[in-house]
Design a protein around this ligand. Structure first.
Ligand SMILES: [Mn+2]
Length: 314
C-alpha cells in the first residue's frame, strides 16, 4: 500500500497536503511532518499545505491554492475521511486522491488510495511509519511536527491508544535530534492571562447528584473574556479532567457561529458515546460530543449521564 502512495507521489509534480478543519495537533503534525519530509526528498516538486488555522498552529504558514493547480494535483488528506470535517475546496478539486486516517468511520470522499489503521495512536504515527518504511528521510522539521502530532493525540502518551509501536516510532523520531523541552514549551507554556481565565472557569464548575461535573459557558462568559467558542468548548474541558471524585465531565458552550450549544462529554471509564448519539452527536466511547439547541436540553443530557452512573453503581 505504501509503495502505491510513493508511486503516485513520484508521478505528480504538484502535491497538496490537506487535513480536517479546526486542526488539532495530530492534524497539523501529520500534515507538516509529511510536508517537510516530501519537500526534502523531492526538491523539484511543488508541495503545498492547505487548510484553516487556529491557536494550535506552532507549525507554519498555509498555502492558498487556485483551482487550476488543485485540478492537476495529487491531494493527500490526513486525519479524516469525512467531507463534513473538511473545507469543500480541499476535497472537491484534485487529480488523484489519497486518504490516510486512524479513525473508524468509512470515507465519503472519492479516493484512489485509502490507508486506514484504527490501532494507530495518531495519523502522525501512521505518516511516520509510512516514511520510515519507504526510506524517505525524516528531517528535523518533519520529526518535530510528527512528534507533536503523536503527543497531541495520545495525551502525552497517557491514552490507551499508545502502544509499543508508538514508542518505537517516537524513539526513531527522537534520533533525528528533537529537543523535547523546546517542543513542550511551545505546546504547553501558558500565559498569565490564560491561567486566570482557567481559574475563573474552574471556580464555577458544578456537580450533579452523581458527580457529573459540568459547566455552562454562556454568551455572557465568552463576551466577558473575549473568548472563542471553540477554545472554551474543547480547550477548557480538560480543566475538569483528572479529578478523583469526578467520573464524567461535560462542557456546554454557546456557539456564536451556529447559534447553538456545543456539548463536549468526557469520561474516565463509563461509555458515554450512546448519550452523545442520542442527541445527534458522535465521537469516541469516552470522549464525544453533540450540539444542542436550548439550555433546557443541557439538563436532559446531565440527567441521562446521572442515570448512567446510577444504573452502574447500584
Ligand atoms: Mn488524529
Amino acid at each position: 500500500m505504501y509503495k502505491k502512495v510513493q508511486t503516485l507521489i513520484e508521478d505528480y509534480d504538484s502535491i497538496i497536503i490537506a487535513r480536517h478543519k479546526n486542526p488539532d495537533l495530530d492534524a497539523y503534525g501529520s500534515q507538516f511532518g509529511l510536508f517537510h519530509a516530501l519537500k526534502g526528498a523531492y526538491r523539484q516538486k511543488d508541495i503545498y499545505i492547505t487548510g484553516d488555522t487556529n491557536r494550535l498552529n506552532f507549525f507554519g504558514d498555509l498555502d492558498e491554492i487556485d483551482i487550476e493547480t488543485r485540478k492537476k494535483s495529487l491531494v493527500i488528506i490526513l486525519d479524516t475521511v469525512a467531507k463534513q470535517m473538511l473545507r469543500q475546496i480541499d476535497y472537491m478539486h484534485y487529480h488523484r486522491m489519497i486518504l490516510i486516517d486512524h479513525h473508524r468511520n468509512d470515507p465519503d470522499i472519492n479516493h484512489d488510495i485509502y490507508i486506514k489503521d484504527i490501532h494507530a495512536s495518531s495519523t502522525a504515527e501512521m505518516v511516520s511509519e509510512m516514511l520510515f518504511s519507504l526510506g524517505i528521510d525524516i528531517n528535523l522539521e518533519s520529526a518535530k511536527a510528527l512528534y507533536m502530532g503523536i503527543v497531541g493525540d495520545t495525551g502525552r502518551f497517557m491514552f490507551d491508544s499508545t502502544t509499543s509501536k508508538t514508542f518505537q516510532i517516537v524513539s526513531k523520531l527522537l534520533e533525528k535530534g528533537i529537543h523535547l523541552n523546546e517542543l513542550y514549551k511551545l505546546m504547553y507554556l501558558d500565559t498569565f492571562e490564560n491561567k486566570k481565565i482557567k481559574s475563573e472557569f474552574f471556580r464555577s464548575v458544578k456537580m450533579t447528584k452523581y458527580n457529573v461535573a459540568y459547566r455552562k459557558n454562556t454568551k455572557a462568559f465568552l463576551d466577558a473574556y473575549g473568548l472563542e467558542s471553540n477554545y472554551v468548548s474543547r480547550g477548557l474541558i480538560g480543566q475538569m479532567a483528572g479529578i478523583k471524585e469526578i467520573p464524567i465531565w461535560v462542557n456546554f458552550t454557546y456557539d456564536r457561529k451556529e447559534d447553538n450549544i456545543k456539548c463536549e462529554i468526557r469520561s474516565r471509564d463509563y461509555p458515554v458515546l450512546d448519550i452523545a448519539k442520542k442527541y445527534g452527536g458522535g465521537g469516541h466511547l469516552t470522549a464525544c460530543g453533540c450540539s444542542l439547541n436550548t439550555w433546557e436540553e443541557t439538563d436532559k443530557v446531565l440527567e441521562d449521564l446521572d442515570h448512567l452512573i446510577k444504573e452502574a453503581t447500584q
